[in-house]
Design a binder for this molecule. Sequence first.
Ligand code: GTP
Ligand code: MG
Length: 572
Amino acid sequence: MAAPVVRLPLPRFCQGFCFSRRVAKLRGHSTEAAAVLKERPALSGEASSDAEIATRKKTFSEVLAERKEQANRTVLINCPSKITEKKLLKYLSSHGNIKNHFFYETHGIYAVIEFSELDSIASLQDATGMPQFEDDCPIPFKSRIFTLTLKNPPSQASEPIHLHKQTTIPVGELVNKLCNADSVSAQLQILMEKYQLTEENTKLRFLACSLIQDIAGAYFPDCNVKPFGSSVNTFGKLGCDLDMFLDLDDTGKNSARRKTGPFNIEYQMKRVPSQRIATQRILSVIGEFIDNFGPGCVSVQKILNARCPLVKFSHQPSGFQCDLTANNRIAMRSTELLYIYGSLDPRVRALVFGVRCWARTHGITSSIPGPWITNFALTTMVLFFLQKRQPPIVPTLDHLKGLAEDKHIVEGYDCTFVSNLNKIKPTENTETLDVLLGEFFEYFGNFAFNKHSLNIRKGKEQNKPEASALHIQNPFEQSLNISKNVNATQLDRFVTLARESAWLLQQEGKGPSSSHSQPWGLAALLRTSGLSHAGKSTKRKRGPASERIKSLLDSLKFNANNGKRTFGTWVC
Ligand code: GTP
Ligand code: MG
């Protein structure tokens, strides 16, 4: 039963965030989502049947549009620990049909409630009171995050609710599970199943973006906040950060000019000297708004002088560490590119998850910005390796460009590649993951990093154009190196560990030890103590502690430095 839309009285300062406008706008978005879904290219030029649509791999924009529409119909409710699921659902269903729900724990217990209709949210908001604090004063910003309390505590214990986990199991526990598998391929599969984003975690990521869009919408009602990076590129691990892209392009698109009549009419707008300054100003005010009025948004840091200006904050209700950027459409394209590679062949994700986990365990990658290899660079290295197999397991970017129907130019850079996964021929390569993992370490343990750069556009190594320790060509801004930050020490550590890992996998042969008690295969690679014994001839160099401490200090220092980092969060 859909409840009527009610216009809410809003305090003056937040009238930019007008709910009825939001509903109207979101309705627009649902239509937009529906339009994207309808526009799916038909196979063999014929009209698509429902069955065909269901079996076909979705394009990146289809996935984004579907999830976004879902998130717009969803609310987040902080619940008392003694909540009864049935009672809660009954209480909320007076506002409309509930399509989906789940619970999780972060700073308290939260329920994610997805209504069937958007109007249910207005009905719920209309029935919701303002909090009363004894000493503090609430900022009257009405969001879609609520707190539910019990009027009378229950006399008897309620049935426990199922809480969906939003974090990975500890590596030690994972290693134990891996020991029971019967091949390295099976181990990689287990690792991926345990670490990948769950359906619920993905829903929560889209909901967090939708909630931030409500805030940004106070200034820019037509804006769109989209997730990018590992939240949506198929390589996301539970607990990874949430990269958000504030897209203001729709603002321009909606103002279709009338071509007839004697006049042209356009908005009067403030001018600034460059796009970068515009981005900095926009992020500055949105960051300020998030900091002052965003429910549950804490530790807000504006890092506006980085190569890619951003606002970092912690979104407590969802538990995500968020990076909000604007005007970086190329990152959106690289996210889609990775989505395509990750969806093409099941071995791609399994190998990337394995290599990322291996790198993180041994401190090759880090959450602190610094001279280490990033997950993005590491993923590109795996893709390059898979392009070099005979026959290749994934195509080159140039091949994907050749299959595209339309050109896609972003900020003057050619970002063209095919979106329809069904147009890409599957590989004939049948190598197992057991082989591929060992070969990956062998390949990069012996790669001529001093001479060659990696280029996934061509699927070939090329002469290094500059002196950086590691050169991985940016797939779109081709004159740039995505691993310019990596220093010789860190590259050296990667190479040493890759050699030791290749050696360890070779020593062990292909199968588990008979007792299953000793870590073997991937489990042995993930033991922090395991590899120091592997390459007896090579001394393992742990990253100098001083380098790590220096980077940590640098990353903390920017606040005192008025947001100026000694290094950007992105190197290029
Ligand atoms: P996580 O470590 O799991 O967060 O992986 P991620 O892929 O999300 O990486 P990150 O959060 O650092 O960056 C988000 C996205 O920004 C990436 O997926 C890329 O699309 C893009 N990106 C990251 N680093 C670089 C870089 O150095 N250069 C360029 N051009 N793009 C980058
Ligand atoms: Mg990320």
